[in-house]
Design a protein around this ligand. Structure first.
Ligand SMILES: C[S@@+](CC[C@H](N)C(=O)[O-])C[C@H]1O[C@@H](n2cnc3c(N)ncnc32)[C@H](O)[C@@H]1O
Length: 215
């Protein structure tokens, strides 16, 4: 992410470009007013504002790897932060500075393709979800979509270190990390994808190998 005024411009632009796909993705979720929510890779912070508007009696946390994103997210949500309804932290999805089982919902908009280690990062998100909680991954491109950007990314994503996954690979990502009730929604002509998985009340992933052996 560029720093200074250019970085802020990029983040403002991202907020408006990603707004429609974010609204579409969030519409697949039922967000209760007392929810505690984490938005990973919060970027310019607009998703935090949207989530706080739904979780009116809860709290929304944002985390981002880029100091510039953290600064803009804080600025955009200054009033909600002052009211104690939003908190933004600097850090990586690979090592979330939150305790186990803290969140009812984790969202990730236009960010998962940049995560350093998708399989283990999905597990790290799983750790901070409460039993019954959900992860929603929302993005405006996936491999196999009927769009120019999806076709271009098929060629260029390996060069820029971007994980450009198809529908089946998204599903496997959730399942292999221990998520259940996995649903992958898509809009092929727009390239939009929304993957949702739940951490079951008692999931296999919560059961240690020694416990599994005794079952
Ligand atoms: C394309 S932007 C999307 C921002 C925002 N979610 C939106 O929809 O506008 C991707 C964001 O993911 C963040 N990001 C990339 N890798 C990350 C990681 N390992 N942990 C946390 N955030 C990360 C970037 O810093 C950037 O702000």
């Amino acid at each position: 992410m560029p720093s200074g005024w250019l970085g802020r411009l990029v983040l403002w632009n991202m907020n408006s470009r990603h707004s429609k796909v974010t609204d579409w993705g969030l519409a697949h979720l039922s967000i209760e007013k007392q929810y505690t929510i984490l938005d990973v890779g919060c970027g310019g912070g607009r998703t935090l504002t949207k989530l706080a508007a739904a979780a009116t009696e809860g709290k929304v946390y944002g985390i981002d790897f880029s100091e510039g994103s953290v600064a803009v997210s804080k600025k955009i949500n200054a009033r909600l932060i002052a009211a104690g309804r939003v908190e933004v932290r600097h850090g990586s999805v690979s090592q979330l500075p939150f305790s186990d089982g803290m969140f009812d919902l984790v969202t990730a908009v236009e960010t998962h393709f940049w995560w350093p280690n998708l399989p283990t990062d999905m597990r790290e998100v799983f750790r901070v979800l409460r039993p019954g909680g959900k992860l929603a991954i929302i993005a405006e491109t996936y491999k196999g979509a009927n769009t120019t950007s999806a076709r271009l990314l098929e060629k260029y994503s390996p060069r820029v270190g971007m994980a450009h996954l198809d529908i089946a690979e998204h599903r496997a990502l959730f399942v292999n990390a221990g998520y259940s009730e996995v649903e992958i929604m898509k809009e092929p002509n727009k390239g939009w994808i929304c993957g949702v998985g739940r951490k079951l009340m008692t999931s296999n992933a919560d059961i240690t190998p020694s416990k599994q052996a005794s079952l």
